[in-house]
Design a protein around this ligand. Structure first.
Ligand code: MN
Length: 191
């Protein structure tokens, strides 16, 4: 049985970037729904006892969609904190970003542009490949970079449920604001 993750911050702590109301629906209703659905679908599927990553790599249909959304949201919700934590100077992640994009700002601009440019519902990701290079990918629906053999590091949710209560149609404004609450120490640990 999978369980709803506990948030590592209070429901109001990400305001005004993400409101308490959005956290309530996004974590308490949408993510809870994916957890409940997966727990109903898994018995008899042959995938019981596997990790979320393993299920995502081996499944399709409803099991893939619900397991993928749990994996995605678990990574999403645990990468934020009140006020954010800056990307560490002298760290290997910042060095790699500057090596590949020229500046952190140029990386952020491409990341947001790929989130804005993703048609419909999905996720934009920063991942590490087998050679240690960083890559930005757009994943439709419930997908996750693990299906491509990538190690997911950072993600912005571009499903409308992630921002519609606070930003309505202004997806770009929401994605730009998220940089204020990213805890880069978490992203460094994932690398
Ligand atoms: Mn979501």
């Amino acid at each position: 049985m999978f369980e709803l993750i506990t948030l590592p911050y209070g429901a109001k702590d990400l305001e005004p970037v993400i409101s308490e109301r959005t956290i309530g629906f996004h974590h308490g209703k949408h993510l809870q729904g994916y957890v409940d659905n997966l727990n109903k679908l898994l018995p008899g599927s042959g995938l019981e006892g596997l990790t979320l990553e393993e299920i995502v790599c081996k499944s399709s249909g409803g099991i893939f969609n619900n397991a993928g959304q749990i994996l995605n949201h678990n990574l999403y919700f645990t990468q934020f904190c009140k006020g954010g934590v800056a990307l560490a100077d002298g760290g290997r992640l910042k060095a790699q970003i500057i090596k590949q994009w020229g500046s952190v700002e140029a990386f952020q601009a491409e990341f947001v542009a790929k989130g804005v440019g993703l048609f419909g519902s999905g996720w934009v990701w920063l991942s590490r490949d087998a050679d240690g290079s960083l890559v930005i990918t757009q994943e439709p629906g419930a997908s996750n970079p693990v299906v491509r053999g990538l190690k997911p590091l950072l993600t912005f949710d571009v499903w409308e449920h992630a921002y519609y209560l606070d930003y309505q149609n202004r997806r770009a404004a929401h994605l730009e604001a998220l940089w204020q609450i990213v805890d880069w120490s978490v992203i460094e640990k994932r690398m």
